[in-house]
Ligand binder design. Structure first.
Ligand SMILES: Cc1cc2nc3c(=O)[nH]c(=O)nc-3n(C[C@H](O)[C@H](O)[C@H](O)COP(=O)(O)OP(=O)(O)OC[C@H]3O[C@@H](n4cnc5c(N)ncnc54)[C@H](O)[C@@H]3O)c2cc1C
Length: 258
C-alpha cells in the first residue's frame, strides 16, 4: 500500500509530490498526460511564495536556469492602446519580480511558462526514489475505506486496476473526480464570454516593441487583452478577453505569417 496517492500531476500535484519527498514520504502520482505540451498556455508568473517552496527543495535555481526570461529582464506591466501601440501607463516592480534581497520574501517571483515548470518538476521527481510517476493513467473512482483509500485507475486502453493508499489527495483540477467522490459541489459556472489563451510566434512583434514589459494590457475595446513574451526569441502568449463562446472550437495550431 502506497502512503499517498496524488491524483493529478499538474503543478499542484507535482509540487505536493516534491514536498512529500522532501519529508521522506513516498507517493504515487496519477496523471493522464504522458507529456507536457508547450502550447497549453496557462501560468506565466511563478509567485514569490511558490519560488520560496522551490527554494526549500533546492529547486529554485533550477527553475531560474530553465526560464527563458531572466528575472532581471523586466518587472514592468504596461497598459497600452495596442501590443505595439501607445503607452497609457506603466507600473514597475510588479508580480513580486523585484523582491531579490527584500525582507518580504526569500525569493523573487519568476516569469516562466507553466509547461517549463511542469517539465522541471517531472524531471526532478523522475530521480526521486520514493515517487512513482504513473503518466498515462487516469483516476476513475475513489473510495474511502476503514484502512485507507482505494483509487481505481484506467490506462489508455481502458484497462482498470486499483491502487490502495493510506491517503489520496485530489489535485485533479477544475473537473476533479475527487471533489465529486467527497460529495463536494462546484458552485458557479463559466463566464458567458470566456477568455481565449493563445501562444504564437512572431519575430516582427518583437521588432515593433522597443521597451521591456512582462505584461502588455491592451485597452483597445476593438481587441482587448493581455500579451507578453514567453521567451526573448519571438514566442508570445496572449489572452484575448471576452471572446465569443464559439472560439472554443478554434484550431489549436494555426499559422498566421511571420
Ligand atoms: C490563462 C491562464 C493564465 C494563468 N496564469 C497564471 C499565472 O500567471 N500564475 C499562476 O500562478 N497561475 C496562473 N494560472 C492558474 C494556473 O494555471 C492554475 O492555478 C494551475 O494550473 C492549477 O494547478 P493544478 O495542478 O491545481 O491544476 P491543473 O493544472 O488543472 O492540473 C490538474 C491535473 O489533473 C489531471 N487530471 C484531471 N483529471 C484527472 C483524473 N481523473 N485522474 C488523474 N489526473 C487527472 C490533469 O490532466 C491535470 O494535469 C493561469 C491559468 C490560466 C488558465
Amino acid at each position: 500500500m502506497a502512503p499517498v496517492v496524488v491524483i493529478g500531476g499538474g503543478p499542484v500535484g507535482l509540487s505536493l509530490a516534491m514536498e512529500l519527498a522532501y519529508h521522506g514520504i513516498g507517493c504515487a502520482v496519477i496523471e493522464p498526460r504522458t507529456s507536457v505540451s508547450a502550447v497549453r498556455p496557462r501560468a506565466k508568473t511563478t509567485s514569490a511564495r511558490t519560488m520560496e517552496l522551490f527554494r526549500r527543495w533546492g529547486f529554485a535555481e533550477r527553475i531560474r536556469a530553465r526560464a527563458p526570461i531572466p528575472v532581471s529582464w523586466s518587472s514592468d506591466v504596461v497598459f497600452c492602446t495596442a501590443a505595439a501601440g501607445a503607452e497609457v501607463t506603466r507600473f514597475t516592480g510588479t508580480l513580486g519580480l523585484r523582491l531579490a534581497g527584500d525582507d518580504l520574501a526569500a525569493e523573487p517571483g519568476q516569469q516562466v511558462g507553466q509547461p517549463v515548470v511542469e517539465q522541471a518538476l517531472r524531471d526532478a521527481l523522475g530521480g526521486a526514489v520514493n515517487v512513482r510517476l504513473l503518466f498515462g493513467y487516469r483516476a476513475v473512482g475513489v473510495e474511502q475505506g476503514a484502512g485507507g483509500v482505494s483509487v481505481r485507475v484506467s490506462d489508455a486502453s481502458g484497462a482498470v486496476s486499483t491502487i490502495r493508499a493510506a491517503y489520496a489527495v485530489g489535485a485533479d483540477g477544475a473537473h476533479s473526480i475527487v471533489r465529486g467522490a467527497m460529495g463536494a459541489v462546484y458552485e458557479g459556472g463559466n463566464a458567458g464570454r470566456p477568455n481565449l489563451s493563445i501562444v504564437f510566434r512572431s519575430l516582427r512583434l518583437g521588432s515593433l516593441i522597443r521597451d521591456r514589459a512582462v505584461h502588455r494590457w491592451v485597452l483597445n475595446p476593438a481587441a482587448p487583452g493581455v500579451v507578453g513574451p514567453l521567451d526573448l526569441d519571438g514566442t508570445w502568449w496572449a489572452i484575448a478577453t471576452g471572446r465569443p463562446d464559439d472560439d472554443r472550437d478554434a484550431d489549436p495550431v494555426a499559422s498566421c505569417g511571420p
